[in-house]
Design a protein around this ligand. Sequence first.
Ligand SMILES: Cc1ncc(C[n+]2csc(CCOP(=O)(O)OP(=O)(O)O)c2C)c(N)n1
Length: 331
Amino acid sequence: MSKNLSPDVSECLELLETMHVIRYAEEQLGEDFAAGKLPGGVHLSVGQEAVAAGICAHLTDRDQVSSNHRGHGHFLAKGGEPRHLIAEIYGKQEGCCRGMGGSLHVADYSKGIIGANGVVGAGIPVATGAALANLMDDDGSMTVVFFGDGASNQGVLQESMNFAALWKLPLLYVCENNQFGQFSPTATVTAGVISDRAKAFGIPVEVVDGNDVRAVWQTMARATDHIRSGNGPMFVEADTYRIRNHFEREHLIVQTPYRSQEEVEKMRRERDPIKMLQEWLKAEDLADNETLQAIDEQAKTLVKEAVAFGDAGTPPPLDVGLKYQFAGTYN
Ligand SMILES: Cc1ncc(C[n+]2csc(CCOP(=O)(O)OP(=O)(O)O)c2C)c(N)n1
């Protein structure tokens, strides 16, 4: 039904704004980390924004997203408030997890954001349970799990795919293949073609250019159609590229370069998903410089406001250290 759907102009402009917000928020966090302002580390998804934006554009608050350690973009694209993200990462009570979770655990259940996760692959079984809940609710809702190429080597993915295929869970696997697992190029640690693994369970697969947000959006239109029609899970492998380090300031521990600076610069110049969409919109005469500039400014302002909100926030009192460890011990 939605096989040939493409985003219209206003949807493209929304995708652009979402990508800008993610980019500005993460660049800010990179600067904050370098300045020693953050209480913890951050893994940034700069260069990968099109995956989060294109996938989440088709989801509602009833749908759920399970994320990984590189989860800021998923949070923002799924409708999480920039100020709640920034305040959380600044360790403030006004954050989405009251400043107790930090970058690795951003969540907002009211938006169906069921959590980022620092344990590689651990968001996958969480998503499997969430999708089982979607199935039992029988309300057309679904779950998306984002994970990396590195996580695809975790055994739990195979267990989940087996269960999801058998039970026809409304679950979308999104493998963001950003070409690296920490400091190893994917090809040196991952055998075969990642998406072929899903085929072994009879799960339909699409491989998409993860830097082309329109292509991701189109793939997701087909995936939601398939999944919401009760046909069971689907697997999308989105090929993308991590522009920044695995985590900020990685050079302090990585002694042997695992990629060249030239390669990174080339990707930044030629494969930046934001620039790609802007150029396409201009080439097709769908948006002029003024419109594009206004969207850019809007996103920048939103992030500035989020930073001011985070700065004005309050650190959690020390005595809550143990309070949130157990269910039912807080309100
Ligand atoms: C179970 C587990 N093993 C190892 C690590 C250390 N670690 C953190 S991120 C990472 C690489 C993950 O690569 P990938 O899944 O491709 O995601 P990316 O970082 O590329 O987004 C590793 C090995 C971890 N956090 N959890």
